[in-house]
Structures are given as structure tokens and as C-alpha cells.
Design a protein around this ligand. Structure first.
Ligand SMILES: [Zn+2]
Length: 349
């Protein structure tokens, strides 16, 4: 049986399945791509054929435009199988954002699972992560691959936000969140916590909320913040891209409370540096415990780490007898909670 490293290779364009002649989440335009989810560092424009879940394809069309979301779109639902040049391909939910999926590949009895980005904490806006057991190689991210990263329960963070809103009824809470995934999850969690009032959105966040709703995720009463009178936003919750939370856009609101929802808010320094008054630790990526538990549950004897904090994770796996390999894939981790979160690139999200 061929080892996956003989048929799934690291190339400058990303992971390439040689016998199937397709890439998973390629970083440059290719003839055939399989896409794990709609974040811009995974779903890039101008591929030939794109295979992904129907939700990911819809998100790609919404973000990239019909003309650039793949010349040919091939929807594949979790549970269905396609065969490409003898390579079996199927998808399993990854629990990261709506439509996110792990790509399972099998060639001549050898099996690899490319998990993309994932988390294990339940998310009301997407299907939960499903463990694919029995693979020879499990490919994982490691955005939060350090023992210091242990995400609190999302409900606690939402309660923190609502407590602050109750404490400062005259102020406007502006919560920074990524346009795809975090924004809709935040809204859904607020609804679950009983917040039924309108939620106001910066214009950059509206289109994907509409896409989510069209795909069956109900988000309640959403309104454009720019159209609102300043008075209407007193005591309200406004969501905006992270880059504008502490900027002029937010300062025109009534005594705004700057909040930011991100796994990185665990790091006090980052919150402070960005002028965030109320950090909310809400991550769409697995934390240290989830990464290790997931790796163990797959039973994979070998794990490849695409990007993030790979050394600690590879070391921890080694102690459990699992062979770890850091792939250092370039171009991943640029959206949502990637390293670029601290830089200017996030504005594009
Ligand atoms: Zn992602």
C-alpha cells in the first residue's frame, strides 16, 4: 500500500494529489481544486473545476462573484463519493464555518484526511466536526497549537457581552468579527442567549449574512448600521470588521465600547494593542486540547501540520508515538484567526 507522502505532495501551489491531479485549497489558480471552506486563504479565485460542499460553493460565489468562483462548480455533499482518476474523494463536516468540510482521500487502499480549519465546540451555524477514523495520515492546522490556548465556553463570552450592555445602556457596543463565520456565529449565539433586538451590521458584514440566511441559517432582525440614526444605536449591539472597531467609523457612535471576538483575545497584549475594551475569546479554530483529542480520535499513526504553531504540537504527538510532520504551507492562516489577524491584511475579510 503506497504511503500518502508518495501520492499527496507539498508543492508551491499547495497540497497536490498526484494520481488524481487536483489540489486541496491551492494558493494559486489551478485546473482542478477541492476546497475545504470559503475563507479567502483557502478558497481563492479563478480555478478551473472546483469541488466543494454546496454551501462552500455558494459562499465562494457570493465572495468572488460568479465568474471567479471556478469555471465549473462540482457540489459534493458529505456522505457522497466521487472518483477522480482512481482517487476516491469524500467530505466530512469540519465544524469551522458553514459548509466547511474535511477532504478524505483514498488511493490504492491508502487514506489521507485533509481537515482544513476546524473546531470541536458546537456552533449553531454549521454542522459539527465528524471524526474520520482509520486514515494513514491526518492533516491538521495548528493556529492555536500551544498549551496556553484553551478557549472558554462561547456562552460565557456572550454572557460577558450582554452583562456589559446591561451595565452601560447608553453606550453602543461595537463588536469586531470576521465577515465569514464569526459574524453569523456571534449573531446566532446572541439569539440563543435571548437577545431579540435588532443587530446592526457594518455594510461589509451584510452580504454573507444574507448568504447564510439563503442557506437556511436564521439570524433574526439584522439592519445596516450606516442607515441608523445615532440615537437608535444607544444600547445596541453593532457588528463590524475587526479593523474598524477602534477607528473613526466606530467613534461616531455614542460613546462606543470597543469589543473584539477572536481566539487571540486570550492574549491580553493583543487586545490592548488594538484598543479593545471588552475582549471576547471566541474562536472558530480548535484549541490545544481539541487539537490533541482530535488527533487521538482519528487514530492516525502520522499527522501533518499545515500551518500555525506546529513545533509544540509535533512534539506532544511524538511523546504519544504519533509521527508528526510540519508542512509549513505558505499562504494559509491569512484570514479569520490566522497570524495576519494582527496585521493589515484582515481588512480584506
Ligand atoms: Zn478558515
Amino acid at each position: 500500500m503506497p504511503h500518502p507522502e508518495t501520492w499527496l505532495r507539498v508543492t508551491p501551489a499547495g497540497l497536490w494529489c498526484e494520481p488524481g491531479d487536483f489540489f486541496v485549497d491551492p494558493t494559486r489558480p489551478v485546473a482542478r481544486a477541492v476546497i475545504t471552506h470559503g475563507h479567502s486563504d483557502h478558497a481563492r479565485p479563478d480555478h478551473g473545476a472546483v469541488l466543494a460542499t454546496p454551501e462552500t460553493l455558494a459562499i465562494m460565489r457570493a465572495r468572488l462573484g460568479d465568474g471567479r468562483a471556478g469555471r465549473r462548480q462540482q457540489p459534493l455533499r458529505p456522505g457522497e463519493v466521487v472518483v477522480q482518476n482512481g482517487v476516491r474523494i469524500w467530505l466530512r463536516p469540519a465544524g469551522h464555518v458553514l459548509g466547511s468540510a474535511q477532504v478524505c482521500l483514498e488511493w490504492r487502499g491508502s487514506r489521507a484526511v485533509v481537515s482544513g480549519d476546524y473546531k470541536r465546540t458546537p456552533d449553531p451555524t454549521c454542522a459539527p466536526f465528524e471524526v474520520e477514523r482509520g486514515c494513514d495520515v491526518f492533516v491538521t492546522e495548528a493556529t492555536f497549537g500551544l498549551p496556553v490556548f484553551r478557549h472558554p465556553r462561547p456562552e460565557e463570552e456572550i454572557a460577558k457581552l450582554l452583562a456589559s450592555v446591561a451595565l452601560f445602556p447608553e453606550r453602543t457596543h461595537v463588536v469586531g468579527c470576521y465577515a465569514l463565520g464569526k459574524c453569523q456565529r456571534l449573531i446566532a449565539l446572541l439569539r440563543r442567549a435571548g437577545w431579540e433586538a435588532p443587530i446592526w451590521l457594518h455594510g461589509a458584514l451584510l452580504p454573507l449574512c444574507r448568504t447564510y440566511e439563503a442557506l437556511g441559517v436564521r439570524l433574526g432582525d439584522l439592519r445596516p448600521a450606516t442607515a441608523a440614526r445615532k440615537e437608535a444605536l444607544r444600547g445596541a449591539i453593532v457588528l463590524a470588521p475587526p479593523s474598524v472597531v477602534a477607528e473613526r467609523w466606530a467613534r461616531r457612535l455614542t460613546d462606543p465600547v470597543a469589543c473584539l471576538a477572536s481566539g487571540w483575545m486570550r492574549v491580553r497584549q493583543r487586545a490592548k494593542a488594538r484598543g479593545v475594551e471588552l475582549p471576547l475569546v471566541l474562536s472558530d479554530h480548535a484549541d490545544w486540547d481539541e487539537l490533541n483529542a482530535t488527533i487521538d480520535e482519528t487514530g492516525a499513526p502520522e499527522v501533518w501540520v499545515t500551518h500555525g504553531r506546529d513545533d509544540a504540537l509535533v512534539h506532544a504527538m511524538g511523546r504519544r508515538g504519533i509521527r508528526g510532520r510540519a508542512l509549513h504551507l505558505v499562504g494559509l492562516g491569512e484570514e479569520d484567526e490566522g497570524e495576519a489577524e494582527t496585521g493589515a491584511a484582515e481588512g480584506a475579510a
